[in-house]
Ligand binder design. Structure first.
Ligand code: GDP
Length: 313
């Protein structure tokens, strides 16, 4: 395989907004080879001073709720601003090892992927949630270094991946449908507590009225949970009230910056990032050295707890 560029050339390329360098840099951070990991760690270190100035929005919802249609439409609205540059990333820990990703698929966002100021990257296709999460965090840093000022991180509404995405974004937006049972939409109290904004999508045609009913229901459910989260209706397909969603997002960021919540969240997320990195490093090291001990545990020569302590020390 062709050797990677060296890190200083990658940084130069990123700062010059070079797309092909960005794509190669992302491939580097997605690599699991030890040598690549070390280069990737150094690269992220070099990029961090240039990163952090974007807004990061997590977008979640069950398959079929309209995430890609919504991102396609919202992304284009953002891009109406002549200086805007939008990157779309995906966190899909469920994607099969061989089949690639079901999310962030370029063919689903035709207009955005053809736009010169948009960049779409599907989810890394293996490594479990921990690995996908780490690589997405690093990819955010690379995209920001390459000049993207809006990062949209898409995830599918099936549990843990939402927590992961909320831990790497500033604002978590949940897309819901009217008339779909909460059970069906995978809504658990935890997810309601994660989100900063809810949009009931497909509020068009015959569905518009039901969407408004659902909006009120969710609003009072959230009120009951003691959260004041704006709940809107919209249609990603017709564009109905996307201006409202955009307005709420703007208001959210304005407030978050004014109150210091924005900076505090980012600080907490840096610490979370470190904690995850520690876990991954330990898991990796343990996997590298566990062979003999695994056998001993299997044969009952040593207790699992004692073996674990030995391994970590
Ligand atoms: P995803 O799986 O969440 O990414 O959902 P998609 O964006 O692929 O949308 C699933 C289906 O719903 C597609 O057929 C879309 O055209 C349709 N869809 C998405 N948004 C809307 C909307 O606002 N209104 C209507 N009527 N259909 C929509």
């Amino acid at each position: 395989m062709k050797p990677w560029l060296d890190n200083s050339r990658i940084v130069q390329g990123l700062l010059a907004h070079d797309r092909s360098v960005l794509a190669r840099a992302i491939t580097l951070v997605e690599s699991t080879r030890e040598q690549d990991r070390r280069q990737a760690e150094d690269l992220i270190e070099l990029c961090l001073p240039h990163a952090g100035s974007s807004i990061r929005i997590g977008i979640s919802g069950v398959p079929g709720v309209g995430k890609s249609t919504f991102i396609e439409a919202l992304g284009q609205r953002f891009l109406q601003h002549p200086d805007a540059a939008v990157a779309v990333l995906a966190v899909d820990p469920s994607s099969p090892l061989t089949g690639g990703s079901i999310l962030g698929d370029k063919t689903r966002m035709a207009a955005l992927s053809a736009h010169p100021r948009a960049f779409i990257r599907p989810s890394p296709s293996s490594g479990g949630l921990g690995g996908v999460q780490r690589r997405t965090r690093e990819t955010i840093v690379l995209c920001e270094t390459a000049g993207f000022d809006t990062i949209l991180v898409e995830t599918v509404g099936v549990g843990q991946s939402e927590v992961a995405v909320a831990s790497m974004t500033d604002c978590f937006l949940l897309l819901l449908l009217a008339n779909a049972g909460d059970e069906l939409q995978g809504i658990k109290r935890g997810i309601m507590e994660l989100c900063d904004l809810i949009a009931i999508n497909k509020a068009d045609g015959d569905n518009a009225q039901a969407a408004e009913v659902a909006r009120k229901q969710y609003e009072s459910a959230l009120h009951y949970l003691g959260r004041s989260v704006p709940v809107l209706t919209c249609s990603a397909l017709t564009g109905h009230n996307l201006v409202g969603v955009e307005g709420q997002l703007a208001e959210f960021f304005e407030n978050a910056r004014k109150t210091g919540v924005f900076d505090r969240k980012r600080q907490q997320q840096s610490v979370q990032w470190m904690d995850e990195a520690v876990r991954l490093l330990i898991e990796q090291k343990a996997a590298d050295h566990a062979g003999d001990l695994r056998q001993q545990v299997e044969q009952g020569h040593i207790s699992p707890l004692k073996a674990a302590r030995l391994l970590v020390s």
